[in-house]
Structure formats: structure tokens, C-alpha cells
Design a protein around this ligand. Structure first.
Ligand SMILES: [Cu+2]
Length: 472
């Protein structure tokens, strides 16, 4: 089947899914009462933590640009209802994407339970194709592992399946389909899962703030809305919870808070996540909490494909601290790949000639890429600017996997509101030197005398510059 035929089926399927949604509402109320009513979320904002109303108490997490799924307690079982369906996700203000997700958003809602809870999850498939849900990292009966074809038949379009197991070990987990995975994850189907410890755990500290998000990536051409599902490695949007900077909310904390950040990587490459101004320790991963002897201070931790990492630190330095992936092309939004390096090339004469033919023509990268930050160049509608976001001192020249940890002494406990930009106290900020500049001393005297060196073999050196970014 050609790609074009696939795409046609894809959209025909989407129409079929809408028809299914209408049909579902015709099901009798009695039949529907057997299932918890699915809760949908329309907004991409960071929702306040969801305090547990029933069951064992715990301190809830905060999902960056996301939310936690409410449950109902039925005869001592926590019941959740996930609906797999097409959604429109706002990836950044002014930039929407057609995705697949759960309960109105991509990623799906975070599921929070307590160690020892019996959990029942209803999964309704409103996608145009079959699916399943795999509970990544959990101890559970084999038949609940959600691998379609291996541990269960796939959930066909319009069907609802039930997963049920006891959350046996506390930790940081995620969920995603194990059916047509490349398509369904490229379309945004994934979510976070936290199992809180049932009592004080020697390796799990209590924290004041506990943030969670998934690392994900999409390939959406500038000006279009639907991810290219045939893409395997060459993604052009690097996101946290399907948001790109400046669409990613800041992490707002009180000075002196103990902070935990949990991340899971469902992209197809690794991400060295870097925090400014503080050292953190990696306190756990997919396999559970780390033994104390395996914890040491870091400022960057690499999160490999399919891994979860939880980091913890004391937020004891006030300010606005950058928090981002350290692969520099992951802090940029969609762009063309085949751009030569133009630094130092003076093409003023050429531009004039070109602008006669193409009035809007603009050269990229003559003084680096910083011009892209406050670019006036026209971009297609529904496109996230490549490097953007404005701080108190101008353009940040960032996109993609970038956010800010805001540490304030007057941020109230439990308050997650953005406190605005930090005002550096007088005398604590880099400033312009306006005095005289002395000639720098150059090490000219130590230059080797080339004429006294023995002649080397005559070798022709060819420099081949890398083209494209394969292998990142
Ligand atoms: Cu990255």
C-alpha cells in the first residue's frame, strides 16, 4: 500500500471514529453506569494537584501542561476510564496539532494510585484503528501487560477493554499503546503513572513539589497540523508533554522547597536534561528507587529512550533558572534541515539581486542564528516560531525542550502560579564594561618557526561537512 493510500484510509478512519462517538452516546444510561463516566480535559494548562478524595492519602504530583485523571471507588477498587481518541493539542499558543491521545489531550491524563491499590482501568477505543495499553514498568499478571497479539487481542475500533491489577511497587511509570506503536506514539498516545508508597519508604523522600512530564517528539511540516507518521528518527518538534517552548509552563517553587521532577522518554533518541543553578540527585528510574550508594550530585542526566528518571534537589537559590535538554537542536522548533553555515559570509550584493526577483528574500544565519529569535520573516500559518520566547531582557532564542525553574522566597506553599520574571538584586547581574579596552597580549613570540620543521608527506586533505542530522 502506498503512503498516499495509507493517508486516505487514515482520514476516512477519522470520520468513522466521529460516527462511533455519536453512536456511543445512544447506548442506554443503564449500560453506561457500569463504567465510570469518562472525564475529558479541553485545556492544555498545568492543572493544580488533584488531592485524593477516597482511599489512602498521598501527596499528589503536578503534571506540566497536563492533569490527573479522577477515579471512582467501587467496592474498594479504584476505577478509571481512558478513552483513546483523536484530539487537537495546542503545542504552543497559535500552533495546534492533530494528534491521538486520551480523554481530550495528548499526552493522556496522569494516573495516580497508592502501592497496594487494586486498580481497574476501562479503555475505550475511539481511534480509527485498533489499539492496546501497555503499563510500562509495572509488576502485573502477564495478561494485563497490554501487548496486542502477545498477551491479548487488540482493542478493536469502538470496543472497550478492562485492565485490572494491584499496583504492587511504588514508583514512576508510564503507559502507551503496544499496537501499531510507531504510528500511535508518533501521534501522541502516552501518559504518566505514579504509584505512591503506602507508608514511609526508606528510599522515597517526601517532597514539597513533585512535577511530572513525558519527553516526546513529532514531525510536523511548518504550516501543517498532522504529524508525519512514517518518520522514524528525523523529528522536527522536541516537546515536553506535547508542548514546545514558549508553550511549556514554568516550574514555580518556593525557596527552600525540596523538589522532585519525574521524566519519561518516549522519543526515539536520548535527552541530556540539564538544570541551571542547582545540583540534583537521580533518586530513581523505571526499576524503582535507587540505593543511596548509587546517588551522587549531577547537573545533567541523560534520559535514554524508554527510560524514566526522577531527580531531586533543594531549591535554595532564588532566580529564574533555565531547565532544558542539552542537545541544542532540541531547543529549536520546526525548520528546514538543509541550511548551510553562513556565518561570516557577506552576501549583501547577492541579496539585492535576489530581492529583485523574490521581494521577501532573507538570508538565514549570516550572524549566527540569533536573528531567527526576533525574526520578521514570514512563516506559514499554524507554525511554532523556530527560536522564540521573550524574557525580561529580550528574545531567549529558544524553542522545543526548554522551560524555567522559578525559585522565589515569597511563593506560597502549594501555590503553582507563575510569579513573573525575577528581579536580580543590584550588583548581582552581568553588566556591560564601558571602560577602555587594552590590546590583548598575543603569544606571537612563541610561534614555531615553520621553516625549521621537517617537511611532512604531501597529503591532500578533503573536509566533508555533515549534511542533514541523521543519528541524533
Ligand atoms: Cu533532547
Amino acid at each position: 500500500m502506498s503512503i498516499n493510500q495509507n493517508r486516505r484510509h487514515f482520514f476516512a478512519g477519522a470520520a468513522a471514529a466521529t460516527a462511533t462517538a455519536v453512536a456511543a452516546s445512544a447506548v442506554s444510561r443503564v449500560a453506561m453506569a457500569a463504567l465510570p463516566e469518562p472525564v475529558l480535559q479541553a485545556r492544555p494548562d498545568t492543572m493544580p494537584p488533584l488531592a485524593p478524595s477516597t482511599g489512602r492519602p498521598y501527596k499528589p504530583v503536578v503534571t506540566l501542561n497536563g492533569w490527573t485523571l479522577p477515579w471512582r471507588m467501587k467496592h474498594g477498587v479504584k476505577e478509571f476510564h481512558l478513552v483513546a481518541e483523536p484530539v487537537v493539542r495546542e503545542m504552543a499558543p497559535g500552533f495546534n496539532a492533530n494528534m491521538w491521545g486520551y480523554n481530550g489531550q495528548s499526552p493522556g491524563p496522569t494516573i495516580e494510585v497508592v502501592e497496594g491499590d487494586r486498580v481497574r482501568i476501562f479503555v475505550t477505543n475511539k481511534l480509527p484503528e485498533r489499539t492496546s495499553v501497555h503499563w510500562h514498568g509495572q509488576r502485573l499478571p502477564n495478561g494485563m501487560d497490554g501487548v496486542s497479539g502477545l498477551t491479548q487481542p487488540a482493542i478493536e475500533v469502538g470496543k472497550t477493554f478492562v485492565y485490572e491489577f494491584i499496583a504492587r511497587r511504588p514508583g514512576t511509570f508510564m503507559y502507551h499503546p503496544h499496537a501499531d506503536e510507531m504510528t500511535q506514539m508518533a501521534m501522541g498516545m502516552m501518559g504518566f503513572w505514579i504509584t505512591h508508597p503506602k507508608a514511609r519508604h526508606p528510599l522515597i523522600d517526601e517532597v514539597d513539589r513533585d512535577f511530572v512530564f513525558l519527553l516526546n517528539a513529532y514531525d510536523i511540516d511548518p504550516g501543517s497540523m498532522t504529524p508525519k507518521i512514517m518518520t522514524m528518527t528525523e523529528f522536527n518538534l522536541w516537546s515536553w508533554n506535547s508542548r514546545v517552548f514558549p508553550g511549556i509552563d514554568t516550574l514555580n517553587v518556593r525557596k527552600g522547597d525540596k523538589v522532585r521532577i519525574r521524566m519519561g522518554n518516549l522519543t526515539m533518541t536520548n535527552h541530556p536534561i540539564h538544570l541551571h543553578g542547582h545540583e540534583f540527585v537521580v533518586t530513581g528510574g523505571d526499576g524503582g528507587p535507587r540505593p543511596m550508594a548509587a546517588r551522587w550530585p549531577e547537573v545533567t542526566t541523560d534520559v535514554a529512550v524508554g527510560q524514566m528518571r526522577q531527580i531531586e534537589f533543594m531549591a535554595d537559590e532564588e532566580g529564574d533558572w533555565a531547565f532544558h535538554c542539552h542537545k541544542s537542536h532540541h531547543t529549536m522548533n520546526a525548520m528546514g534541515h538543509d541550511v548551510p553555515t553562513m556565518i561570516g559570509v557577506d552576501h549583501r550584493g547577492l541579496i539585492k539581486k535576489l530581492q529583485k526577483a523574490v521581494p521577501d528574500y532573507m538570508v538565514m544565519g549570516e550572524r549566527g542564528m540569533a536573528d531567527m529569535g526576533d525574526m520578521e520573516m514570514e512563516i506559514p500559518e499554524n507554525t511554532a516560531p523556530m527560536m522564540t520566547g521573550t524574557g525580561p531582557y529580550g528574545s531567549l532564542e529558544m524553542g522545543g525542550m526548554f522551560s524555567v525553574l522559578k525559585v522565589r522566597k515569597d511563593q506560597r506553599p502549594g501555590d503553582y502560579k507563575d510569579p513573573g520574571w525575577y528581579k536580580q538584586p543590584t550588583g548581582t547581574q552581568a553588566y556591560e564594561w564601558t571602560g577602555a579596552l587594552p590590546e590583548p597580549a598575543r603569544p606571537g613570540a612563541e610561534k614555531p618557526n615553520l621553516s625549521t620543521l621537517p617537511p611532512g608527506p604531501a597529503t591532500e586533505v578533503r573536509i566533508r561537512k555533515p549534511a542533514g542530522h541523521s543519528g541524533h
